[in-house]
Design a protein around this ligand. Structure first.
Ligand SMILES: N[C@@H](CCC(=O)N[C@@H](CS)C(=O)NCC(=O)O)C(=O)O
Length: 225
């Protein structure tokens, strides 16, 4: 059985990626939940990078989202699309997410339970949002949907699941295709499970809270008090 170390479901966008993939693919794991600033155990006690997510398989530690997903792909069917073109496109789009979209990360931090009206949207952020919209439209049109690489939910969709939560929180205008895909991701059983757990969390991490306060007016905070 795998152990998957993750942090707060409200904030931890990186934790969501392998978690939602494993849930949607039916890959069993024990969730090791390490909330920011609450657990006395340093992330360094289980993760060589001091970051989550981190996967442990029978004493073997695999850290960093991309490495975890490739490790799972070596052991399970369906992590990436079976079609070679869809798989190459998926790995490119996942790599672009893994190493890019810095403005989206910085200016629209994930906070699942919040709804925020941004006071401004910078040009680099507009560019990130428009590139994601373009990528989503391209995947859906090229491989037939309803997921980015075709009929099944695969790793490339998991890479963009945190974006769906960010778009739910900050509600930027999207193309009709991207809006529908966002809603498709948000209604997946695993995404609903993650969101419900995030809303029940009562931990508040000052750094993350300050980041979202800086974005604009909070129009709703759906989290448990
Ligand atoms: N490139 C890493 C990024 C992981 C990451 O930044 N995780 C955050 C949580 S979402 C973390 O562990 N932060 C704790 C820290 O930096 O001390 C990955 O893909 O796994």
């Amino acid at each position: 059985m795998y152990d998957l170390f993750i942090a707060n479901k409200n904030y931890s966008s990186w934790s969501l990626r392998p978690w939602v993939l494993m849930k949607e693919l039916g890959i069993e794991f024990d969730e090791k939940f390490m909330p920011f600033g609450v657990s006395n155990e340093s992330f360094l006690n289980f993760s060589p990078s001091g970051k989550v997510p981190c996967l442990v398989d029978d004493g073997l530690t695999v850290w960093d989202t991309l490495a975890i997903i490739e490790y799972l792909a070596e052991h399970h069917e369906g992590v990436w699309a079976s079609d070679v073109k869809a798989r190459a496109w998926s790995r490119s789009a996942a790599a672009e997410m893994h190493s890019g979209f810095q403005s989206l990360r910085n200016e629209h931090p994930m906070s699942v339970g919040l709804r925020v009206r941004p006071s401004a949207i910078s040009e680099p952020l507009k560019k990130d949002i428009s590139r994601i919209d373009e990528l989503w439209q391209q995947g859906l049109a090229s491989f037939g949907g309803p997921f980015l690489a075709g009929a099944s939910f695969t790793a490339v969709d998991a890479f963009y699941c945190p974006v769906a939560f960010r778009f739910q929180t900050y509600n930027p205008p999207l193309s009709p295709e991207a809006e529908a895909y966002k809603n498709r991701l948000l209604s997946l059983p695993a995404m609903q499970e993650w969101q419900n757990a995030a809303l029940l969390e009562t931990w508040r991490d000052a750094g993350h809270e300050d980041e979202t306060r800086a974005v604009g007016e909070w129009t709703a905070d759906l989290r448990a008090k």
